[in-house]
Design a protein around this ligand. Structure first.
Ligand code: ZN
Ligand code: ZN
Length: 143
């Protein structure tokens, strides 16, 4: 895949993605609804393929799985860009809406659809998971 680029809302933070996404999904968990006001659209990349210009703030919390999730965002505009989960070492979530071309990655599943609001627009052509699907395995190249 060609290199992808993105930024936060105010543009202080920019990033480049030089690897391939492992998976891309729309997450309707309650945590995602709090940070975005809706579901979040995410791609998981090897952390080593994410190149960031600028300094992020972060907020860590414990997920339903018991893993710690570190969400990383712009300290100026609050835009969420990345997240890391201790259950997925070597991998990071990228929020697809922050890409310069958000159409460059197409999600294939809805996860945590049981938590979606009654008015949520779920694409029923995608795979559906009521909660968290089986953990994504790191690619062989990841440490
Ligand atoms: Zn910003
Ligand atoms: Zn979520």
């Amino acid at each position: 895949m060609q290199e992808l680029t993105g930024s936060c809302l105010c543009g202080n933070l920019r990033y480049r993605l030089t690897g391939e996404p492992v998976v891309s999904r729309i997450c309707w968990c309650r945590d995602c609804q709090h940070i975005s006001g809706n579901g979040t659209v995410n791609a998981i990349f090897p952390t080593s393929s994410i190149h960031i210009e600028g300094t992020l703030s972060e907020y860590a919390s414990v997920a339903d799985s018991g893993n710690s999730v570190r969400r990383r965002f712009c300290p100026h505009c609050g835009c969420h860009l990345f997240a890391e989960n201790t259950g997925r070492p070597g991998l990071s979530v990228v929020r697809i809406g922050t890409l310069d071309d958000p159409s460059a990655i197409v999600p294939t599943a809805n996860i945590w659809s049981s938590s979606a609001a009654s008015w949520a627009c779920l694409n029923l052509a995608l795979q559906q998971y009521d909660k968290q699907p089986q953990q994504v395995q790191p690619p062989p190249s990841a440490a």
